[in-house]
Design a protein around this ligand. Structure first.
Ligand SMILES: Cc1ncc(COP(=O)(O)O)c(C=O)c1O
Length: 378
């Protein structure tokens, strides 16, 4: 794509840090892992941070840490990246899909209580597109009903709710570092928690359930290889040093989009300011108005791509995915999810995007929206 949807921001210091590791003999489970974990814990305000090879692995370890088992229900949005619900199913838990609220597309706290049953164990809240969900209400419901809260903060590193960074505000949370994320390690994730037992179990499980003892090691749990290499961690340490300037740059890009697209009656923009939150801009997702449907949205996306402009259709609802059709899961009235999922369009969004590129994206979108109004499915 001439103007890609996303792009990593790799600088010379990142390259030096990774090649520095390659000149040592310690490529895994070494000092960079410890440094990355320490820096992340401090940044996120967590007592513990456990690096893993992907955000999905981190979510899986949260669910293991909280003891989710067969038939346990976990409330989760369907308007989310599929990993959130998959992690529940890895442990034979049952995802219970609850609708999102129309403004931020995050789990709607007003709909949570009706979905709680005797089998509900917890809430997996996703801070979608980097905007924190309504945490005070969700944490209050969880406390009152004796449920755990896992924060899927994979898209929201650095985002804040009431002045506190999201991630470790519930029982455990996870950040992710795929190359389209605010900071990247190529692949990678970080579990954060205030709970020493969850952290200790996650450390063990990421390394084949191994406990080091005086006479060798003993595998006390059915674990996994979810380790993150020293090269990944070295990149993470460097990227994290720049996070504040990255978040500021991304907010400036969101503002630039708003200046050019604001005021169009048939286009809903993501709110630049949402009460009680600091948004960590992960993507810039606009929503087409009611006069457009899935057919027109898909036509616009295809035309944009034909002109070299990347765009995304986040998210296809999880409950409509083929792999979920016959799965054991429950859902309650997902009208907001389904309506919005047909009208979202993610626009190119990366640190080094240029002013002229933003201008081109916006002008192309406006032109295609005018033309799409007359495009109909056969
Ligand atoms: C909301 C959300 N959850 C989970 C994940 C999974 O992270 P990973 O791709 O690192 O496994 C992602 C990442 O892309 C995500 O956006």
């Amino acid at each position: 794509m001439r103007i890609p949807l996303a792009a990593p921001d790799i600088c010379e210091a990142d390259i030096q840090a990774v090649s520095g590791v390659l000149r040592t003999s310690r490529l895994s489970l070494g000092p960079k892992l410890e440094e990355f974990e320490r820096a992340m814990a401090q940044y996120a305000g967590a007592a513990h941070a456990v690096a893993v090879n992907a955000g999905t692995s981190g979510l899986h370890l949260c669910l293991r840490g909280l003891g989710i088992g067969a038939g346990d229900e976990v409330i989760v949005p369907s308007f989310a990246f599929i990993a959130a619900a998959n992690a529940i199913r890895y442990e034979k838990g049952i995802p219970v899909f609850v609708d999102v609220e129309p403004e931020t597309l995050n789990l709607d706290p007003r709909r949570i209580e009706a979905a709680i049953t005797a089998r509900t164990r917890g809430i997996l809240v996703v801070h979608t597109f980097g905007c924190p969900a309504e945490l005070s209400e969700i944490l209050e419901i969880a406390r009152r009903r004796g449920l755990f809260v896992i924060e899927d903060a994979c898209e929201a590193i650095g985002a804040e709710y009431d002045g506190r960074k999201v991630g470790p505000l519930g029982d455990a949370g996870v950040f992710a570092f795929y190359p389209n994320k605010q900071i990247t390690t190529g692949e990678g994730g970080m579990l954060v928690t205030q709970d020493p037992e969850i952290a200790a179990l996650a450390r063990k499980l990421r390394n084949q359930g191994r406990s080091d003892t005086e006479d060798g090691y003993s595998h006390t749990e059915l674990g996994y290889n979810y380790r993150l290499s020293e090269m990944h961690c070295a990149l993470g340490v460097e990227q994290l040093k720049r996070i504040e300037s990255i978040l500021e740059r991304r907010e400036a890009i969101a503002r630039a989009y708003e200046e050019r697209l604001g005021g169009l009656g048939n286009l809903k923009l993501p709110g630049l300011r949402v009460p009680r939150r600091r948004i960590s801009w992960f993507v810039y997702v606009v929503r087409l108005g009611a006069e457009y449907g899935r057919f027109q949205r898909d036509w616009i996306a295809k035309e944009m791509e034909a002109r070299g402009i990347g765009c995304g259709k986040y998210f296809a609802p999880i409950h409509l995915q083929p792999v979920y059709r016959s799965a054991s899961c429950a859902k309650a009235g997902l009208a907001v999810t389904e309506w919005n999922a047909e009208r979202t369009l993610a626009l190119p969004f990366f640190n080094r995007i240029q002013e002229e590129q933003i201008e081109e994206v916006c002008e192309t979108l406006k032109e295609l929206m005018r033309r799409a109004a007359g495009v109909r499915a056969e």
